[in-house]
Design a protein around this ligand. Sequence first.
Ligand code: FMN
Length: 182
Amino acid sequence: MATADLAVPPADGLRRDFLQAMSLAACTVAVVTTDGPAGRFGVTVSAMSSVSADGPAPTLLVCVHHLSPAAAAILANGAFCVNVLRDDQSAVSDAFAGRGPVPGGDKFAAAAWTPGAVGAPRIAGALAWFDCRLAAGERVGTHHVLFGAVAAIGTAGPGAPLLYANRGYGTPVPLPQTALGA
Ligand SMILES: Cc1cc2nc3c(=O)[nH]c(=O)nc-3n(C[C@H](O)[C@H](O)[C@H](O)COP(=O)(O)O)c2cc1C
């Protein structure tokens, strides 16, 4: 796909319809962090997906806006950590999304941290975390699609993931089980 094809914004109606339809696709919320020679940065993302559990290392991807300082830092540091937030961490999400003031102007003051295996900080109490080495990155329109080769993984339970849907935060509510084939 030629990048030039993506340089022209879609027609207003198509963009509006895209945002509306995407607001119905529920997501988990993660804070992607990095640290290293290019500095320490973090950004809230909903665009995070598993790519593959197999191969030399499990692989995931995140999409980060090209104007976010975290994107350039991840590309330069060559590593990042995906911190999957639990449903009581919406304030951490807001801090790393630039929503509202943070103590001392430092987003990192919004959470407690532990060092990660690739240099990127982990949120103490995140529901799950993935330490990644940057495997590949591609600019697609306004965003960098960043592929991470997972080097270390952790989970902390019990807890439920923070969800983002219908332009607001939520938590999963299990439906009654239905019998297969019923
Ligand atoms: C729930 C939620 C999900 C978001 N998902 C993304 C995303 O997937 N990618 C992205 O680039 N920005 C996403 N944002 C917006 C960024 O977090 C925000 O624009 C950014 O942090 C601004 O600060 P920065 O420019 O210093 O990075 C999301 C924001 C929220 C609240």
